[in-house]
Design a binder for this molecule. Structure first.
Ligand SMILES: [Zn+2]
Length: 325
């Protein structure tokens, strides 16, 4: 992890490995400070606090969660008594998608030799993902700390004259997707609406909505964007990600019309210039999302996690690349 100052009062803590769970956090260091997203486990959250602690005068009393995924909310509990601000959908969604018990059980099982053999026979993708997570994460001790201040479409903070705009843009990657714009400093904290130099994973929402949101970020004309995952960027970040999603949707359409399954399509579609991004086999999820749209399924159609991680595993194996999530 590294701390970067991105403007006069805005900072980021970046997770350089840029694999699943390696989320970034932000800090707007005005009027007592606002922390944006709180990391995937308590050790990473503590490290983030230590890094931001070099620039803030005290623990901030405000936290913003950009969406409901575990890797952005599991350090919330360390900000005791803080106001946690998020979209109104997030408390209920967190209980479903960020319940720490399942992940705790999974890592304990994968860490245990016999359980690992049993799980592997059924779900090689779950074992591979679990082993990767064990390299960096320990989900023990995590308890959900739910948002306390909720908003609908927009929420504004005034931090000693510096305006902060929370803009609801979901669902494109997840139900609660929110971007945070600091106009005076030309900074956007994008959450997982933006993945940088790693293959995007989207759970709930549509391609159209995602394109609209990336266009909105470009229109805001920020100088610096803090992505949910990956290094800092300017507007080339959303431009490149939109091009990736357009490419995948177009290629998926061709495969869909030929009658290929989404898994076989993901084994065949060229990675093109995106082969260098982390975890290219996560392409499967973007193909599957496109297929769901072609079949007229709703944007909140549920995912079978085990099947999804197995499919990514299969795509990587079929293409002879490293299995990475
Ligand atoms: Zn994330």
């Amino acid at each position: 992890m590294e701390l970067k100052q991105v403007s006069d009062n805005c900072f980021a803590v970046l997770n350089e490995k840029n694999r699943v769970c390696d989320a970034n956090s932000g800090l707007i260091n005005r009027a007592g400070g606002v922390v944006i997203d709180t990391q995937s486990d308590l050790a990473h959250a503590r490290q983030m606090i230590e890094m931001f602690g070099k620039v803030w005068s005290a623990m901030p009393q405000r936290v913003i969660n950009t969406h409901e995924d575990a890797d952005h909310v599991w350090g919330n509990q360390l900000f005791e008594g803080a106001e946690i601000i998020a979209h109104q959908s997030i408390p209920e969604r967190m209980k479903h998608v960020a319940d720490p018990k399942e992940s705790q059980k999974l890592l304990h099982g994968v860490g245990h030799f016999l359980s690992r053999l049993i799980i592997k026979a059924l779900h090689p993708g779950i074992v591979a993902a679990g082993r990767q997570l064990l390299e960096d994460y320990n989900f023990d001790g995590i308890e959900l700390a739910l948002p306390t201040t909720l908003f609908d479409t927009r929420y504004e903070l005034n931090l000693d004259g510096t305006e902060v705009h929370l803009i609801y843009v979901g669902p494109c990657h997840q139900v609660g997707d929110t971007i945070i714009h600091v106009p005076k400093e030309r900074v956007v904290f994008a959450g997982d609406v933006l993945f940088r130099q790693c293959t995007p994973m989207g759970w709930t929402g549509s391609y159209e909505k995602w394109f609209q949101c990336l266009d909105l970020i470009i229109e805001l004309d920020p100088e610096v964007i803090v992505a949910g995952h990956g290094p800092l960027c300017g507007i080339e970040g959303p431009i490149e990600m939109k091009a990736y999603l357009e490419y995948v949707r177009d290629e998926s359409k061709k495969s869909f019309e030929e009658g290929l399954s989404s898994l076989n399509a993901a084994k065949r579609i060229e990675f093109g210039p995106y082969a260098e991004w982390r975890a290219p086999a996560r392409l499967y999820m973007n193909v599957e999302r496109a297929y769901r749209e072609f079949r007229g399924e709703p944007p909140d159609a549920p995912w079978n996690m085990a099947a999804t991680f197995d499919a990514i595993y299969e795509v990587a194996k079929a293409r002879g690349i490293k299995v990475e999530y």
